[in-house]
Design a protein around this ligand. Structure first.
Ligand code: ATP
Ligand code: MG
Ligand code: FE
Length: 342
């Protein structure tokens, strides 16, 4: 099996060729950091235009490097949501056109399913069902992953996503965009116990998340002008980790048995957070998996892989009139967390 993956839901334009036996044959990612940096965050219109300019040449390059043509592909898998709708449409429409021109099946992929199955691309031993902490720029959820298309959501955030909290902390500390890696770097030089910060929802019976109060406390700490920035960054990261560990522990206690604890999404690239979760898994006698760092943030290999998993699970190809979806929950039956529409 050979699948071409396409990703364009946020500010990474990406294409990849992946095989059924987990080989990333070729891949390319064009980041739009430089375009969005002056605005301190992703500007949807700029993102959509940049995807439209870069995607086709990127696909050509990935095919050439993989010495493959569209005819060699068993499917074209593209992110169909959730995300910034202009960018999603560029990727999905491109995939539809290529699928039509080459008579290749289209697999429309939920970007979150890409993140959720990415650990299985890197780790062939990871079996369903597993507990997944999905921590990215737009989401913070705990799911029981039972198979492709089969997700039980136990927890979500009632306000900000964790990646968003990292990005806002970076902005408050003047570290620019994108914020997560910059906060992690600065935190290394700081004392995580120096600044007293809240741990929202820690101890509550439901495993949901909240990060808005933590962000406001970071802002107050910065404005007080009595702490080193490195200490604020380190203390924020520690507080966020404490929240995650407590919430994950509650979720694990509330779900049927799983084979492993898994973390995925952009924030899974954070070494402190990976190490903390690995410790929790070992306390609970659970295996622990996190994708290699380049598979944590947005990429097209995970989208191709999700297409492969869905084909192997027997999902049919998607129709060429399929709609792009700005919102698309992995578990449509999950009750919304109180106070939130996500
Ligand atoms: P979603 O997947 O929810 O649609 P997205 O695709 O924008 O959102 P990802 O690319 O998965 O998000 O992740 C990006 C987020 O990960 C950003 O918020 C970024 O700050 C954060 N991030 C990336 N690297 C790190 C890191 N080393 N430490 C903390 N956060 C990080
Ligand atoms: Mg990004
Ligand atoms: Fe993402």
């Amino acid at each position: 099996t050979l699948v071409l993956g396409i990703e364009s839901s946020c500010d990474e334009t990406a294409a990849a060729l992946v095989t059924g036996d987990r080989v990333i044959v070729s891949q390319a990612i064009a980041s739009q950091e430089a375009e969005h940096a002056p605005y301190g965050g992703v500007v949807p219109e700029i993102a959509a235009r940049a995807h439209a300019e870069r995607l086709a040449p990127l696909i050509e390059r990935v095919l050439a490097e993989g010495k493959a043509t569209l005819k060699d592909c068993d499917a074209i898998a593209a992110t169909a949501g959730p995300g910034l709708i202009g960018g999603v449409m560029v990727g999905l429409v491109t995939a539809k056109a290529l699928a039509m021109a080459s008579d290749t099946p289209l697999m429309a992929i939920n970007h979150l399913e890409g993140h959720a199955l990415s650990p299985r691309l890197a780790d062939a031993s990871l079996q369903f069902p597993y507990a997944l902490l999905l921590v990215s720029g737009g989401h913070c959820q705990i799911l029981r992953v039972e198979g492709p298309g089969r997700y039980q959501r136990l927890a979500t955030t009632i306000d900000d996503a964790l990646g968003e909290a990292f990005d806002k902390t970076a902005k408050i500390l003047g570290l620019g965009y994108p914020g997560g890696p910059a906060v992690e770097r600065l935190a290394k030089e700081g004392d995580p116990d120096a600044v007293p910060l809240p741990r929202p929802l820690v101890g509550s019976g439901e495993p949901h998340f909240s990060f808005a109060g933590l962000k406001s406390a970071v802002l107050r700490a910065k404005e007080a002008d009595t702490h080193r920035d490195a200490d604020i960054a380190a203390s924020f990261q520690r507080a966020a980790l404490d929240c995650i560990l407590d919430r994950t522990q509650i979720a694990l206690a509330n779900m049927p048995p799983v084979t492993a604890l898994v973390v995925a999404g952009g924030v899974a690239a954070n070494r402190t957070i990976r190490a903390g979760l690995e410790g929790l898994a070992s306390d609970q006698d659970l295996a622990f998996t996190a994708p290699p760092l380049p598979l944590c943030t947005d990429n097209a290999a995970m989208i191709a892989w999700a297409g492969i998993e869905r084909m192997q699970a027997g999902f049919p190809a998607d129709p060429l009139d399929l709609k792009a979806r700005p919102r698309w929950p992995l578990d449509p039956d999950a009750a919304p967390a109180r106070g939130a529409g996500v």
